[in-house]
Design a binder for this molecule. Structure first.
Ligand SMILES: *[C@@H]1O[C@H](CO)[C@@H](O)[C@H](O)[C@H]1NC(C)=O
Ligand SMILES: *[C@@H]1O[C@H](CO)[C@@H](O)[C@H](O)[C@H]1NC(C)=O
Length: 518
């Protein structure tokens, strides 16, 4: 609240704030002055992969990490050379590790927590960490019983064969190697020497079945010092002033900027995150003002991760946001920080409280509690910024937030429309994709658009599909259909994204090469 006192505020605004602070009812909120009547629909582009790392957008960011295929969240399966069977956390965790599975899926998959470039914690399906038994089954028995990563004896070294990086031995904290003695006995008691042969029970064939390349992976992979210089260079070169000029000259009027929760503790965010993204966001605001663009700040990565994806800075695929009130309070403080810093900037259009919370891990109840508090945090600092509430991914109904969000003046609901991420689209032709946009997406959009409901924002879409080898003309027709239908969104839309090594995902490339004309 200190920041408020340094600003001149109209008396009415003060009164209303005090009402809403003491009694955050919908009635009080409705009294707060409405968003500017001069609002015109937003046609924006996302600045994805800039202030929140996404390796697929710019893979070269990860090039210089040692042992870069073993980052946090990498999913591994281990097949015993002697048993010809996969290691398995029996029951998914809470019991011993066995070596009796002929095929591998969830219980046979281990997720890495990277400690150093060669040492790791191994997390099993039910989230326990692999360690050595301290009671009962014998001190060298390998088990997955510890819920805490801080438990002693849970750090293992993965030693790779120098000729075949997928042939490995696993050195336990007792200095000895894991061996699959029998199909039901995995112990850490094999000595140093090995011939790497099929007769060596300490040799395993390692399959990498999943990888993550987000902010956590990058910062922990490089370590704080190196990550700081890599990211400073990225922040100052990936998106530059010229991009704002380009955006404003090509029929767009705004940018949606994904940020991570750690930006609120810049310049010294909690490990492993590094400082400096706040300065880049400051630059984005001054360039937006210079080129007449509106800014939507989008909290893309919330503490604990709201969807388990790399783009929400998850460490290992776990989704933990919203499981505690602390978590929610911490996120509200991030919104409060952003609103305090940018709430009075003329180019601020909206603050999006959270991108893509995933159901059912994020419950509707915890999300609504957060959205209520987050809305109030924005209104403490801005009477007229829009407040965007993202629909839950995998929600049972796309309309579940409408009644709730409609109770807040200046609220917007964000929906993301991709002709991807569902097997529905696997076999679609170009024309079927276009028909789907014209028929089904317009119906989806109508279903969420209500006369007295919140405004609707299509905060992410792209002119990309699963069609192989489509022609430029087909892409043009697809993009035109999307622009036509998504133009009906009452708040507007934002393309994902401005720059990307994959051309169709780069609006800059699509415009420059004549695929999209606005
Ligand atoms: C693997 O071994 C465990 C422990 O003896 C046993 O409970 C389980 O049924 C075995 N599973 C298979 C597929 O053989
Ligand atoms: C798209 O909408 C049409 C018309 O309502 C419907 O028949 C069709 O099943 C829908 N397609 C998909 C993939 O849902």
């Amino acid at each position: 609240m200190e920041a408020l006192q340094t600003y001149f505020l109209p008396l009415l605004y003060f009164l209303l704030i005090n009402v809403s602070v003491t009694s955050p009812s919908n009635a009080a909120r409705a009294l707060i002055s409405p968003p500017s009547p001069s609002f015109s629909k937003i046609k924006a582009v996302n600045l994805g992969g800039w202030l929140v790392t996404e390796g697929w957008i710019k893979p070269s960011l990860f090039d210089a990490i040692p042992n870069k295929d073993l980052l946090d969240g990498t999913q591994l399966q281990f097949k015993s050379a002697t048993q010809n069977m996969y290691l398995c956390a029996e029951s998914g965790g809470g019991a011993a590790i066995v070596a009796n599975r002929s095929s591998a899926s969830g219980w046979e998959t281990f997720r890495l927590w990277r400690i150093t470039e060669n040492t790791f914690k191994l997390r099993v399906f039910n989230k326990q960490f692999v360690g050595l038994d301290s009671e009962g089954q014998g001190t060298n028995t390998v088990v997955a019983v510890s819920d805490s990563p801080n438990a002693v004896g849970t750090t293992f070294e993965i030693v790779r064969n120098s000729n075949n990086a997928n042939l490995v031995r696993i050195k336990a904290p007792n200095g000895l190697y894991l061996q699959a003695k029998t199909s039901v006995s995995v112990t850490a008691d094999f000595p140093e020497g090995t011939n790497w042969g099929n007769d060596d029970p300490s040799v395993f064939l390692m399959n990498i079945v999943g990888t993550m390349q987000g902010e956590f992976q990058l910062t922990n992979g490089y370590g704080t010092e190196k990550a700081t210089s890599i990211l400073k260079e990225h922040w100052s070169s990936f998106i530059v002033e010229e991009d704002f000029d380009f955006t404003s000259k090509n029929g767009l009027n705004g940018v949606r900027i994904p940020v991570g929760w750690w930006i609120a503790s810049d310049p010294t965010p909690p490990w492993p995150f590094v400082g400096g993204s706040l300065e880049a966001l400051d630059n984005a605001f001054s360039w937006s003002e210079k080129y007449g663009l509106k800014v939507i700040i989008d909290l893309h990565a919330a503490p604990g991760s709201q969807n388990g994806n790399e783009h929400s800075a998850s460490r290992d695929g776990s989704q933990e946001w919203g499981t505690t009130d602390d978590n929610i309070d911490q996120t509200v403080r991030v919104i409060d920080f952003l609103a305090a810093r940018y709430g009075r900037m003329p180019s601020l259009l909206a603050i999006e409280l959270m991108n893509e919370p995933l159901a059912p891990g994020v419950t509707l109840d915890s999300l609504q509690r957060y959205y209520t508090a987050g809305y109030d945090a924005v209104r403490k600092h801005s009477a007229d910024a829009f407040v965007i509430m993202s629909n839950r991914l995998s929600a049972p109904s796309s309309t579940e937030l409408l009644g709730f969000a409609g109770g807040f003046r200046g609220s917007v609901v964000d929906v993301h429309y991709y002709n991807l991420y569902s097997d529905v689209f696997d076999s679609f032709t170009a024309q079927q994709n276009i028909d789907y946009v014209n028929t089904n997406r317009s119906a989806d959009l109508s279903a969420v658009t209500r006369a007295n409901g919140p405004l609707i924002f299509i905060g992410e879409w792209v002119a990309e599909w699963q069609v192989k080898g489509a022609s430029k003309e087909e892409y043009q027709k697809f993009a035109a259909a999307e622009l036509n239908v998504f133009g009906g969104a009452t708040f507007g839309w934002s393309y994902w994204t401005l720059k990307n090594v994959y051309n169709h995902w780069s609006l800059k490339w699509m415009i420059t090469n004549g695929y999209i004309k606005l």
